[in-house]
Ligand binder design. Structure first.
Ligand SMILES: NC(=O)c1ccc[n+]([C@@H]2O[C@H](COP(=O)([O-])OP(=O)(O)OC[C@H]3O[C@@H](n4cnc5c(N)ncnc54)[C@H](OP(=O)(O)O)[C@@H]3O)[C@@H](O)[C@H]2O)c1
Length: 273
């Protein structure tokens, strides 16, 4: 059994776009008090405006006060322009929770001089449907209580893994941050290979898509490791074994994936700052 979620007493979300808006929906479903929630977004979507009116969430109040948690959901390149308006929202006990790609804890503290406790998180696209995989790192000032609050907020969007060192965020970006695109490419490649093997394109496309979503659902439902599930469907000398011999050879998928992840990690490092 996991401990009950420790949602914050008050929360301000800055930037209720795709990711921020989706996370907000998850937090409300998890029990976040809408009356202790504030949204700051200069051009909120109709859906966010309607949600705020319906649930009594403060939207762009004239004088927002510091909350227990300040979530940054704006684009990374917007941080500099937003920082003057954000500074008064950071009280001495405010936890700053940032999902801004490439912005380090040092960058965030430099832009928000009052900030002490900072959690930097890297969610991925499926977080927008509550099925994300997020890596997070906490600054030394983050208390055990604040970490539990950050965990509750991040876990509303899916799996959360805490990292010891901030440098590991670039590896998280390369594995789970960019990872959904690798899986989408797998669907494309499988469909193309199906066409090359003689299937009609629409049939190959539907089969490839359903194979990946079905295998994902099976992986989720099963207590077995992926490698065991793979072995379970691989009879010696059978068709799957013939394919895996190609995919698992020295210049196969393993080496290619290592190269791909290393390239993404390198790029994440270059883009950071
Ligand atoms: N989408 C992903 O898969 C993903 C994955 C990992 C991390 N992230 C991170 O999540 C963050 C948000 O990405 P997103 O895709 O959700 O972007 P998005 O849809 O553009 O959302 C950003 C929102 O912030 C608003 N905004 C801009 N400046 C603001 C300001 N000064 N004060 C308050 N709100 C402001 C934007 O309004 P306007 O539209 O009017 O500019 C928009 O509604 C990024 O930092 C990104 O690195 C995203």
């Amino acid at each position: 059994m996991t401990a009950p979620a420790r949602l914050p007493a008050s929360l301000t979300l800055v930037g209720a776009g795709k990711m921020g808006g989706a996370m907000l929906t998850g937090w409300l479903e998890a029990g976040l008090d809408p009356r202790a929630t504030t949204i700051l977004d200069p051009a909120p979507s109709e859906a966010i405006t309607a949600l705020c009116a319906e649930r009594g969430i403060a939207l762009n109040p004239a004088e927002p006060a510091p909350a227990a948690v300040l979530v940054l959901g704006i684009k990374p390149q917007g941080l500099e322009a937003a920082s003057a308006a954000l500074a008064p929202l950071v009280g001495p006990d405010t936890l700053v929770l940032s999902i801004l790609a490439g912005k380090t804890i040092a960058d965030l503290k430099a832009r928000l001089p009052g900030a002490r406790a900072v959690v930097r998180a890297m969610p991925n696209l499926p977080a927008s449907i509550g099925r994300g995989a997020t890596g997070a790192v906490a600054s030394p000032e983050v208390s055990a209580d604040q970490r539990a609050v950050a965990e509750a907020l991040l876990s509303a969007a899916g799996l959360t893994e805490w990292l010891e060192a901030e440098a590991a965020i670039d590896a998280v970006t390369a594995v789970s941050g960019s990872g959904p695109a690798y899986v989408f490419l797998l669907v494309e490649a499988l469909a193309e290979a199906g066409v090359a093997a003689g299937l009609a394109p629409d049939i190959a496309g539907r089969l490839a898509r359903a194979t990946v979503t079905g295998a994902g659902a099976l992986l989720e439902a099963s207590p077995e490791e992926a490698a065991q599930l793979r072995r379970n469907v691989t009879s010696p000398g059978g068709t799957t074994a013939a394919a895996l011999e190609v995919l698992m050879r020295a210049d196969g998928l393993g080496g290619l994936m290592r190269e791909a992840v290393a390239a993404a990690k390198r790029r994440a490092g270059e883009l950071s700052g």
